[in-house]
Ligand binder design. Structure first.
Ligand SMILES: Cc1cc2nc3c(=O)[nH]c(=O)nc-3n(C[C@H](O)[C@H](O)[C@H](O)COP(=O)(O)OP(=O)(O)OC[C@H]3O[C@@H](n4cnc5c(N)ncnc54)[C@H](O)[C@@H]3O)c2cc1C
Length: 510
């Protein structure tokens, strides 16, 4: 009897998984499949931390499937070759999966799989993922459809009458010849851990969310920390949205029992908006699958002519720019695989405006650092934070201002940049201003123990902003920006948003 194959990609969960549920109801034997695609490992945006995280989440999924009478089969290599081998042995009737919004590489892989299925008469059914809607030409009606999907009911792990056993286990990274990259912190992998984290955020840690998420320190405790789980698909967006709605309603109804209920409501409402942003940004990549290769406004990008400068790039990557707060953030990121939104934006702004480095190289580097790497959000944000969309305000962050706002006492800098541990608070954000005698007395000579700033922060920032606005000038660039806004712009406040011209936008200090 032919089989149904459920192909797990970045949707490694058993609950609220419609393809899995559908296969369990088909009456055919089911093969649950996870493929570690070797070609993916060669992509610029892939790092062992992503694969390790996925393998750990897959191992957790495998245990859950075993409990429900199925097994997770594991394949290594090219997706079509793995599917072909299964087809030869069992005969595949249907291939069931979620629609994936990945990078340019996964888009072309999907085309190959689709061709393979057609050639073998296999029916490939792809189910919608999150709030991302396929085949949209613009954003009209998108929000309505996304909100409707978020209201659909959740499903439990199905019970399988006939799962085909798999004689093996999900491998460790070393087993396939890769050296794992140690992180100083890793979240607990898997679906149960994801649901527990969501619950503890909604019931214990989330009250301070609204004001805490801009800080690289406080966001660790009061941010949801859910992004790695969303990127591996261990948690469905629908579950997160529904649980958040329930919690907000409960707090509203039980105000007298909830200390700081006003803060709770504001924080959870703000969190709920970010969940919607996730879908909004991934939708951009769904509608422009080469966002990781080609800027939304290629004319602006071309006009900018950013250049690779290996010394600047290396200093930025290794946290040795001489700007203490940025260096601390770069080092936290490479050590832990995670940092909060504001600091991600600042890192990208430093690379794009102060150092004038090309976004594709800096964006790929950051992608490899983020354990929660999600192509749709990532490349949309890289475009926004490097000024190449043509429709967003240019946000060039001041590192010293951010440092003073987020780390006034310098404790965070001293932790991640131990060379500066003896620097008095007065100079911690601008150690190059210390008198030489002081530098010598605390054994922190700038240019020796710790680098002098790679370029002048204020001047480079001004120059980066001004070059970026100049790149927006010209009829061709403006016409494309208008198109980008028409196709991808949020429909929330159409009257207030318009494509920016080089003269209409005020420079802002972030
Ligand atoms: C340059 C840059 C690159 C980024 N790359 C990624 C990435 O690869 N993967 C990723 O998940 N996020 C990315 N983000 C967005 C954001 O920084 C992270 O989602 C957030 O820091 C994750 O932490 P959290 O789960 O505690 O977030 P919370 O603040 O608790 O938010 C909950 C969830 O909402 C979504 N979310 C939050 N902020 C945003 C946002 N600005 N845009 C879209 N969705 C959002 C995420 O799914 C997040 O898990 C990037 C931001 C920037 C500026």
């Amino acid at each position: 009897m032919p089989v149904d194959v459920v192909w797990f990609k970045r949707d490694l969960r058993a609950r609220d998984h419609v393809p899995l549920l559908s296969a369990s109801l088909s009456g055919r034997p089911v093969i649950c499949l996870y493929i570690l695609e070797t070609e993916r490992l060669e992509q610029d945006d892939t790092d062992p931390i992503h694969i390790q995280w996925e393998l750990d989440c897959a191992a957790d999924l495998s245990r859950t499937l075993n409990d429900s009478g199925a097994s997770l089969h594991y394949g290594l290599g090219d997706a079509t070759e793995v599917l072909e081998a299964i087809h030869l042995e069992h005969g595949i009737e249907r291939l069931l999966s979620h629609e994936e919004t990945g990078n340019s590489w996964s888009y072309s892989r999907d085309i190959s799989v689709s061709n393979f299925c057609k050639s073998k008469g296999i029916k490939w059914i792809e189910y919608p993922n999150n709030g991302v809607v396929r085949r949209l030409v613009n954003r009209d009606g998108w929000k309505r459809e996304r909100d409707k999907r978020m209201r659909d009911s959740l499903s439990s792990p199905p019970i399988f009458k006939e799962g085909i056993p798999f004689d093996g286990t999900v491998p460790e990274l070393e087993d396939i010849g890769f050296t794992p990259r140690e992180l100083s912190y890793r979240p607990e992998p898997g679906e149960r851990a994801a649901i527990d984290r969501l619950d503890s955020f909604l019931e214990r840690d989330g009250k301070e969310y609204r004001w805490a998420i801009s800080s690289p320190v406080l966001s660790i405790k009061h941010g949801s920390g859910l992004s790695p789980y969303f990127s591996s698909g261990s948690l469905s967006m629908r579950r997160a949205v529904q649980k958040t709605n329930l919690r907000i309603d409960w707090i509203r109804k039980n105000k007298s029992q909830v200390e700081g209920h006003g803060d709770w409501i504001k924080s959870l409402s703000s969190f709920r908006r970010r969940l919607a942003w996730r879908c909004h940004f991934i939708q951009k990549m769904e509608m422009k699958s080469d966002l990781d290769m080609v800027a939304q406004n290629p004319v602006i990008d071309r006009n900018m002519s950013r250049e690779m400068n290996i010394e600047k790039f290396t200093r930025w990557k290794s946290g040795k720019t001489g700007w203490p707060f940025l260096d601390a953030c770069m080092r936290q990121l490479s050590s832990t695989g995670w940092i909060n939104f504001r600091m991600r934006a600042m890192m990208m702004s430093a690379a794009s405006y102060n150092l004038w480095l090309p976004w594709r190289e800096t964006g790929s580097y950051l992608a490899r650092q983020f354990i929660d790497y999600e192509p749709g959000i990532h490349w949309s944000q890289i475009g926004m934070q490097s000024g190449t969309t043509g429709i967003n305000t240019i946000r060039a962050y001041s590192m010293t201002k951010q440092g003073r706002d987020q780390d006034p006492g310098g404790g965070y800098i001293r932790k991640w940049v131990p060379e500066l541990s003896m620097v008095p608070t007065k100079f911690i954000h601008e150690p190059w201003k210390m008198p030489l005698e002081l530098q010598e007395s605390i054994s922190c000579v700038i240019g020796d123990s710790y680098p002098a700033p790679v370029v002048d922060e204020v001047e480079s920032r001004k120059s980066g902003i001004s070059r970026s606005y100049s790149a927006r000038g010209g009829e061709e660039a403006r016409l494309i920006s208008k198109e980008v806004l028409k196709t991808h712009g949020s429909r929330r406040r159409p009257m207030k948003r318009k494509a920016e011209s080089s003269t209409s936008t005020q420079q802002k200090l972030f």
